[in-house]
Design a protein around this ligand. Structure first.
Ligand code: MLT
Length: 387
C-alpha cells in the first residue's frame, strides 16, 4: 500500500523537527558549548500551583472506587466546557457548552477540522504563518492560496475580493510575526467569509498575550462571526500546557444551522477519545480567578523576556516587529533566514526559527521566542548584541 501522493508535496521535514535536528547535530559536535533556544515556542516556567493541586487531587480521585473514571465524553467533560463558556462570557461572548469541544491542543484540531470538509478545497493561508496549516492542507490534497503578510500591511493581510477560498486560516496574534488584528480587520474577514460562503478557522492560541485592550481576543467579538467561523484555542501558551495537552475548539451552532457542529461531534466521536480526566481538571483550575492570576503572572514574565530581546535588537539597530501582543519577535535578518540560523547558532550558540520555514514570505526574517528563562534570555540578548 502506498502512502498518499499528497505527502510528496510536503517539504522534506516539518519546520520544528528540522530545527531540532540541526541543533542536535551542532550539539553533538560542540558538546562543550551552552546552546540557548529561542526557537520553538515551548514554555519553560513550571505549572502554576492551582494546576498542580488540581492534578494531584484528580489523580487521588481516580485512585478511589467512587472517583475512578474510564472513557470520558469525547467532546470533554461538562465542568470544563462550562468553564470555557464562562471564560468567553467574560469577553462578552455567549456560547453553549455544546459549541465547545475540548481537545488535546490547537495543532491537532487545526488540521483535524479538514476531516469534515471535502478533499481538494482551496485554503487561504497567510504567508508567513504557523506551518501546520499549510502541511495539513497539503496532506489533505487541498489547493493553497496565500494572503501576503508584509511589513507594508503590518503583517495583517486583508481580504481580496478576487481570491476565492473555501477555508480561511487566520492566526491573531500571529505566529510568527506577532501582529494582531483590530476589530476593523477581523470584521473585514468576517464580511468577506459571509459574502463568499467561506469558513474561517481562527487560531487564537496567543490571545492571552494581547496587551492592547482595544484589540479583540476572539473572532466572536465580531457580530455574525458565529455564522462563518470556528475558533481554535489552547492552554499551551496561556497556562504552560505544552506538555499536559489541552485546548478547545468552538464550533458555533449557527454554522450551516448546526450541520458543521454535528459533523465535528461525529468526527470526534469516531477518531478521538477525549482528553484525560486529570488534565481536564487541571485545565478547569486555570479558569478560576486564582488560576488566571497565576497564569497571567507567567505571561508577564515571558513578555518581559520579549522586551529584553527587543531592546537588544533596538540597540543593534535591527528592525523587528511583534513582542507586544505576542511572545514572538520577528526580526529582519538581512540574509537568507536559514543562513542566519547557522550564523546565530555558530557564532552566538543561540537558536531561533528561520522565517522561510513559515512560508516564502518569511524569507529575510527570523523569529525569536520569549519563552526561555530570564537568565537564558538575558544571556542570549548579550550574545546577540556582541555579534
Ligand atoms: C511554535 O513555535 O511556532 C509553536 O510553539 C509550535 C507549536 O505550537 O506547535
Amino acid at each position: 500500500m502506498n502512502v498518499s501522493k499528497t505527502f510528496e508535496n510536503l517539504t522534506p521535514s516539518y519546520l520544528f523537527a528540522e530545527v531540532a535536528a540541526r541543533v542536535a547535530a551542532y550539539k553533538a559536535q560542540h558538546s562543550e558549548s551552552k546552546v540557548i533556544s529561542l526557537g520553538i515556542g515551548d514554555v519553560t516556567l513550571p505549572l502554576i500551583p492551582p494546576v498542580v493541586e488540581a492534578l494531584k487531587s484528580a489523580a487521588e480521585e481516580m485512585g478511589t472506587r467512587e472517583g475512578f473514571r474510564g472513557y470520558g465524553p469525547e467532546q470533554g467533560y461538562s465542568f470544563l466546557r462550562g468553564a470555557v463558556a464562562n471564560y468567553y462570557a467574560g469577553k462578552g461572548v455567549s456560547l453553549k457548552e455544546e459549541e465547545i469541544f475540548i481537545s488535546d491542543g490547537a495543532k491537532s484540531d487545526l488540521g483535524n477540522l479538514l476531516d469534515i470538509f471535502p478533499r481538494g478545497i482551496t485554503a487561504l493561508i497567510p504567508d508567513p504563518v504557523y506551518p501546520a496549516y499549510v502541511d495539513a492542507n497539503i496532506m489533505s490534497g487541498n489547493k493553497l492560496a496565500y494572503a501576503k503578510a508584509l511589513p507594508e500591511n503590518g503583517f495583517l493581510p486583508m481580504p481580496d475580493a478576487a481570491v476565492k477560498a473555501d477555508v480561511i486560516y487566520i492566526c491573531s496574534p500571529n505566529n510568527p510575526t506577532g501582529a494582531a488584528y483590530d476589530m476593523r480587520g477581523l470584521k473585514a474577514w468576517v464580511d468577506y467569509a459571509l459574502n463568499t460562503g467561506a469558513l474561517i478557522v481562527y487560531d487564537a492560541a496567543y490571545e492571552r498575550f494581547i496587551s492592547d485592550k482595544t484589540l479583540p481576543t476572539t473572532i466572536f467579538s465580531v457580530p455574525d462571526a458565529k455564522y462563518c467561523a470556528v475558533e481554535v484555542c489552547s492552554l499551551s501558551k496561556m497556562a504552560g500546557f505544552t506538555g499536559l495537552r489541552c485546548g478547545w475548539t468552538v464550533v458555533p451552532e449557527q454554522l450551516q444551522s448546526g450541520v458543521v457542529n454535528a459533523a465535528w461531534l461525529r468526527r470526534q466521536c469516531v477518531k478521538f477519545n477525549g482528553v484525560p480526566y486529570i488534565v481536564q481538571r487541571a485545565a478547569q483550575a486555570v479558569f478560576t480567578p486564582e488560576g488566571l492570576l497565576a497564569a497571567d503572572k507567567n505571561l508577564a514574565y515571558y513578555k518581559e523576556n520579549a522586551c529584553i530581546i527587543a531592546n537588544a535588537l533596538k540597540e543593534k539597530g535591527v528592525r523587528y516587529f511583534g513582542g507586544e501582543n505576542s511572545p514572538y519577535i520577528w526580526m529582519e535578518c538581512g540574509m537568507p533566514s536559514w543562513e542566519y540560523f547557522d550564523k546565530l547558532l555558530n557564532t552566538a550558540q543561540v537558536v531561533g526559527t528561520p522565517g522561510a520555514g513559515f512560508g516564502a514570505g518569511g524569507e529575510g526574517f527570523f523569529r525569536l521566542t520569549a519563552f526561555n528563562s530570564r537568565e537564558n534570555t538575558l544571556e542570549a540578548a548579550e550574545r546577540i548584541k556582541k555579534m
